[in-house]
Design a binder for this molecule. Structure first.
Ligand code: GLN
Length: 546
């Protein structure tokens, strides 16, 4: 079989579900027995997503290889229940850097390089993952919206691929149909314009996924079909829905994959979405609630509150709650609300956590909100509220325990106080060199590392394993000098690197769930495979709820 390519581009505006469309198509084609690869082409000039502030760009998703990518990669992995690799992600920066580095080392053997060189490099990358993985279908999401000048090269390379393989490449535009409240009528003009713009690049979208608040009526379908030069049944209505996990099922109901297969000259295949359906059912049959507070700081952008920075954490909580038959209720709390005088803090803690079953502190960087988070962790420990600390949330658990239980009253992290007298969280030698040389990009401890679990611990019980592999993204670690006093005071390091030097999991025996992990378990939580530690945390939270 010849390899097939589906390009997904966005029309009108961003944030209307290109990523979910791409992921859902991946789910469907995999459920037909194809080997599918999903890739994202991001227009940013950043060489990877690692240096972008989460409030600007949302979560940084880390692949097993350690590549720091866009949150869409997380969606793809979750929907397909499969790890993706470095070849599945590119930014403009990555492409330009490669081309320029190659030019500097005479890699082009004296030839002139220009925009076409960039296009050809993108073209090569589109096909590289398919070649390496011997997959059947590659679905490529082009970031941004048609009409942006930033993503033009990605579209240009896709056009050439279509020219070279006319029967094996197709384009989908995910577009938006606004219903202005003053008019009360669905407007298709912006979509028509977006399609025309795409045509001006020499590309014809063969499918239009029309996102809107309500389903498309026949009249609108006809209008779009005629003006955008696509058959009527290639205009697919995608109204707003409650859960993104319904999308693969809705697409199947509308025979989307059948139509796509026809366009790509693929035979019709049966889709087995039974496992997915079972998961979706679980997301609906939930009567009892579990209330989880997430205490963080990356929530605000201008006047809006965004939880984009924590997508994987949110999803991981949801899967485990569904697994336990509960409806997850997430409460977002600003760490800054728990700072100030002890009386004020106590009043705030009592108020905010009165109806909370479990507390989670996710990963983070820098000083903002640190003391507030430490107050929350102390409260969770003393009031025996289940607490789950991810990465920074684990480092803070260790600091809190060191200060308030182990008598290390000056305990701190070198990240905030490089000169603290009791750096229970410190920087490793290699990291010191990176920082001294100003090398911030892709220089943290990144990607998959093995972790050995301590027999009889909460962690080992949850995982039901002796060793696990988890993904990392951090610079600082528990300082080996303080392991003895911390252990003596009762903290258990229930997961370590195989050589025993790096502390990967800390937990407190006797507490229902007071556990922190140096890694990011949220990156491995999947709808069809909830993460064992999240499930254990949710179980403890449900127990508290009673
Ligand atoms: N700031 C901490 C570190 O770099 C934790 C990072 C994180 O939470 N991802 O070690």
């Amino acid at each position: 079989m010849k390899h097939k390519y589906i390009f997904v581009v966005g029309g009108v505006m961003s944030g209307v579900g290109k990523g979910i469309t791409t992921s859902s198509l991946g789910t469907i084609f995999e459920a037909q027995g194809y080997k599918v690869n999903i890739a994202k082409a991001d227009p940013y000039l950043n060489v990877d997503a690692g240096t972008m502030n989460p409030t600007e760009h949302g979560e940084v998703f880390v692949l097993g290889s350690g590549l720091e990518t866009d949150q869409d990669m997380g969606n793809y992995e979750r929907f397909m229940n499969r790890d993706l690799s470095g070849e599945d992600y590119m930014t403009s920066g990555m492409v330009y850097k490669h081309v320029l580095d190659k030019e500097r080392s005479l890699g082009y053997k004296g030839k002139c390089i220009d925009a076409d060189t960039i296009r050809d490099e993108i073209l090569y990358r589109y096909q590289d993952a398919a070649r390496k993985k011997r997959s059947d279908i590659t679905i490529i999401e082009i970031g941004g919206t048609v009409g942006d000048y930033q993503n033009v090269m990605f579209i240009e390379a896709a056009r050439v691929l279509k020219l070279q393989h006319p029967d094996d490449v197709t384009f989908i535009m995910v577009s938006y149909m606004p219903i202005p409240s003053k008019l009360g009528e669905m407007k298709s003009k912006p979509t028509q314009n977006a399609i025309k713009q795409l045509q001006s690049y020499g590309v014809q979208a063969e499918f239009i996924i029309a996102r809107s608040e309500v389903p498309l009526d026949q009249k609108r379908k006809e209008k779009i079909a005629f003006s955008c030069n696509v058959p009527m049944d290639h205009v697919i209505s995608a109204p707003d829905i409650d859960s993104v996990y319904d999308v693969p099922l809705n697409f199947e109901r509308d025979k989307t994959s059948e139509l796509l297969s026809r366009a790509l000259h693929l035979p019709k295949r049966k889709t087995d979405l039974s496992k997915w359906k079972r998961f979706v059912q679980k997301t609906k049959q939930t009567k009892k609630e579990v209330r989880i507070a997430v205490v963080g700081k990356y929530f605000s952008t201008g006047d809006f509150v965004l939880s984009d920075a924590y997508v994987s954490v949110i999803e991981a909580i949801k899967y485990s709650a569904y697994e336990k038959g509960a409806k997850p209720v997430l409460v977002w709390l600003h760490a800054g609300d728990f700072e100030g005088s002890p009386e004020k803090v106590l009043t705030s803690l009592k108020k905010h956590f009165a109806d909370i079953d479990g507390i989670l502190v996710p990963g983070g960087f820098g000083e903002t909100g640190i003391e507030g988070k430490l107050n929350v962790i102390r409260y969770a420990r003393e009031r025996r509220i289940p607490y789950f600390g991810l990465c920074y949330g684990m480092q803070l658990l260790v600091i809190e325990f060191a200060r308030n239980v182990a008598g290390l009253t000056h305990a701190h992290t070198a990240e905030i106080q490089p000169k603290a007298s009791q750096k229970v969280i410190d920087i490793m030698e290699q990291q010191k060199i990176h920082l001294a040389e100003g090398r911030y990009g892709a220089s943290m401890r990144l990607g998959s590392y093995k972790c050995v679990l301590k027999k009889g611990s909460v962690a080992a019980r949850a995982y039901q394993a002796d060793t696990v592999i988890e993904r990392h993204r951090h610079r600082y670690e528990v300082n080996p000098d303080y392991i003895a006093p911390l252990t003596k005071a009762g903290l258990v390091f229930s997961g370590t690197s195989p050589d025993g030097h790096l502390m990967e999991i800390a937990e407190l025996p006797g507490h229902d769930f007071f556990l922190g992990v140096q890694f990011h378990p949220e990156f491995l939580a999947r709808p069809l495979r909830p993460h064992p530690l999240f499930t254990e945390f949710i179980a403890a939270s449900l127990k508290r709820r009673g």
